[in-house]
Ligand binder design. Structure first.
Ligand code: FES
Length: 112
């Protein structure tokens, strides 16, 4: 079963294989996703706002919550802020994330 990830506001649609994180799926599909720590779950640059999910997401681990608490937008009573490198969804979901773009346009381009 393939899971569909929609990344807003760009409207990017990515198929997520079971067991994959959002970052892993995006990279496999040819997109760059902001990340500093290389999916270690400690930098928070991959964070997303979950807009909708067809099934409840697995709860954040204590280490994910610890990283999320560094973000100004974190609220104890709201679990919509998550780390894209840690979420492994089991159903379609939509997230808000800026900076996700096709790898071929993410780097510098040369006209020579
Ligand atoms: S990539 Fe650093 S916390 Fe996810």
């Amino acid at each position: 079963m393939t899971i569909r990830l929609t990344v807003q506001p760009a409207g990017i649609e990515i198929d997520v294989e079971p067991g994959e994180s959002l970052l892993e799926a995006a990279e496999r599909a040819g997109y760059s996703w902001p990340s500093v720590c290389g999916r270690q779950g400690v930098c928070s640059t991959c964070s997303v706002l979950v807009l909708s999910a067809n099934e409840a997401l697995p709860a954040a681990s204590s280490s994910e919550r610890e990283t999320l608490q560094m973000l100004p937008a974190f609220r104890d009573d709201d679990d919509s802020l998550r780390l894209g490198c840690q979420i492994r969804p089991s159903a379609d979901l939509a997230v808000r994330k800026l900076g996700v773009r096709p790898i071929e346009v993410a780097g510098c381009e040369s006209d020579g």
